[in-house]
Ligand binder design. Sequence first.
Ligand SMILES: *Cc1c(COP(=O)(O)O)cnc(C)c1O
Length: 475
Amino acid sequence: MKGRNLFTLIPKVDELLDRENIKKLLEYIPRKIVLDSIRIEAEKIRERIKKGGITEEEVLEMINNLDRSIEKTAKEKNANKLRRVVNATGVVIHTNLGRALINRKIIEKIGEIASNYSNLEYDLERGVRGSRYSHLEEIVCQITGGEGAMVVNNNAAAVMLVLSTIAKDKEVIVSRGELIEIGGSFRIPDVMEQSGAKLVAVGTTNKTHLWDYEKAINEETAALLKVHTSNYRILGFTSSVDSEELFQLKEKYNLPLIEDLGSGVLVDLSKYGIEYEPTVQDSLKKGVDIVTFSGDKLLGGPQAGIIVGKKEYIERMKRNPLTRAFRVDKFTIAALELTLRYYLDEDMARKEIPTLNMLTMPLEEINNKALRLKRKINRRIKDDSVVVGIEDSFSEVGGGSLPLERLASKSITISLKGLSTQEFENNLRKYTIPIVTRLYKDKIYLDLRTIQEDEFNIVVDGLEYALNKVKEYKI
Ligand SMILES: *Cc1c(COP(=O)(O)O)cnc(C)c1O
């Protein structure tokens, strides 16, 4: 048969759509995706014929496989762009990997709330319109000791709302050492500018004294702002002013004292051998009027910005039009309420909130996890080119919290003989459930602090997949 005529063997789109296998696909994959996949796969055959040097048998073979290749392409195109991964990096609050994990029990309850109608903005007692913020205010106050609270989309929005409400077109005094940037898109000076507040920076990068603040106070001053330098530390010749001292100034001049705490720790982590990080409760006790913090950093909940403090300020914020733009949805409210409830019992919080659970996990437990995973790997992967070990390693808190803290941990290490470790790591990331690891000095590290027990089989499958791939690559 001549090349040109081979084209006529390719089935028409309508014909393919009529096939049983393709009809099955159409039951759960949008028609547009199936059609695109048909065109792509048919085009591949056309291109192959154009290239020449192909027999009729070979073309028929490709056509025979057409159903399967269409199915594969359609499934790939239909797969979610946002999907689960295994975090084997040991960075607990990994902003790139979705920050805090939410307990499955909480997800089930969110499912029930979100797939049904809810009292999101309805007062069931009185049968009238209610406020979406009411569901969280009581529990936030109960845990932190604040008078009032509200929740917005993230902490950046919280800081902006606070400044816009309290200091629009007025001055806010902040230490130079606290003009921080968080993750590129959040810079204190920029957020202040956006809020309409005028930044008055005092002191120097390494030292700021109480009198630096005092000298800057005038009729235009609307607030004193303290920013927790979550993600960096200046060491050596330094001094900063504690909120306790700022409290004296605030009282003397009758100014609100605002603190952006960043992480939002609600339990004293130093009990568990982690460096002390100021808690929300401590800040409020020291007399700070308004504290803001994230929901998905050390708190271990959904993305949110929590504002807690004096009732009069909170009420003013609720009336700020920005609140509408920053408002949280029912998923966030449900997840946050359920996460916060665990905090009423610290042991429960440690057990049920994955972030706290991972951070406070005893080394012995991590080691036992490592032993169990290693056994599983050894049982499956019997290949002379792979050496599996267990090594001491360090996990990190992450999320711009406690930058100097290194948590002693255990990692499974993978070394390869005669195969590319870089290529292996690439393929782990390309596995159906991607596995994100650390590659250091030509060895792959899988930190057991952030790998969940129910992910062990995925890890083993992924390692096997990556190994097969690097071997193909070598050939
Ligand atoms: C992380 C952080 C923010 C930003 O919080 P998001 O919830 O990520 O918006 C702001 N301020 C401080 C001090 C932080 O640590």
